[in-house]
Design a protein around this ligand. Structure first.
Ligand SMILES: NC(=O)c1ccc[n+]([C@@H]2O[C@H](COP(=O)([O-])OP(=O)(O)OC[C@H]3O[C@@H](n4cnc5c(N)ncnc54)[C@H](OP(=O)(O)O)[C@@H]3O)[C@@H](O)[C@H]2O)c1
Length: 212
């Protein structure tokens, strides 16, 4: 597959790029600088692009089989940039006539019980509330784009660099927890789940949670 990856310079994006390349896909990796020195592979091309600009997205997406996103607002940016990037991405995909989108979302919007989302729980860290809300807004925008074959892949509550085991579990819209009640995934195994979905398309129009 020939994949356009937005957020390829980010922590999760680099791991998704590596997983895609190890499976023989071709990857065009977008960042604002166009420099992604961490990835050296003849099937990887680093390009410059601004994910808030639908024209940039349309130009870049054109000719690709699918668009993958590991976009997140940069440290100094307003978290609401995420909604802007989501809208620009959808508009750009439509203009480019590419209809497959696999998106890295947030855990805050996942259900943890009847009528309760993770973000609504007492222990949810206050500092993450704005970003978690921005991810929920982005999901609402994506949900309205049913002309696209979108999949929204939500990480576990805790995701960090670690080992690639190839193991993970998924759930439709519900936080995945282990037998101790912990919700965790390494970025490497999140990338495995992400690329599995990109290849298989089993979770079209689904908020798919990933964890151990
Ligand atoms: N448990 C959770 O819910 C959870 C935990 C961790 C992460 N996440 C989410 O997963 C996503 C990825 O996380 P991460 O830690 O990998 O993020 P990150 O390292 O901060 O990477 C963000 C990526 O977005 C790109 N980007 C930002 N603004 C852009 C723009 N205007 N145009 C083009 N590219 C732009 C950055 O590229 P540049 O090189 O151009 O800056 C970078 O590649 C985020 O949305 C994050 O919120 C969720």
């Amino acid at each position: 597959m020939n994949v356009l990856l937005l957020g390829a310079s980010g922590r999760i994006g680099q791991r998704i790029a590596t997983e895609l390349l190890n499976r023989g896909h071709e990857v065009t990796g977008v960042s604002r600088s166009g420099d992604i020195d961490e990835i050296n592979d003849s099937d990887f091309k680093a390009v410059t692009g601004d994910a808030t600009d639908p024209d940039d997205i349309a130009d870049l997406a054109s000719g690709h089989d699918a668009v993958a996103s590991a976009l997140g607002p940069s440290e100094n940016a307003d978290v609401e940039t995420l909604s802007g990037m989501t809208k620009a991405l959808i508009e750009g995909l439509r203009d480019a006539d590419v209809d497959r989108l696999v998106w890295t979302g947030g855990a805050g919007g996942l259900s943890v019980g009847p009528d309760t989302k993770l973000i609504e729980t007492e222990d949810f860290p206050e500092e993450f509330l704005p970003l978690a809300s921005a991810h929920i807004d982005a999901l609402e925008i994506i949900r309205e784009a049913d002309d696209l074959q979108w999949s929204y892949i939500a990480p576990a509550a805790l995701i960090e660099p670690g080992e690639r085991t190839g193991e993970y579990r998924t759930a439709d819209g519900e936080l995945v927890t282990d037998e101790d009640g912990e919700s965790y995934i390494t970025m490497e195994d999140f990338a495995v789940a992400f690329v599995d979905e990109l290849e298989n398309g089993d979770a079209i129009h689904t908020q798919l949670a990933v964890g151990y």
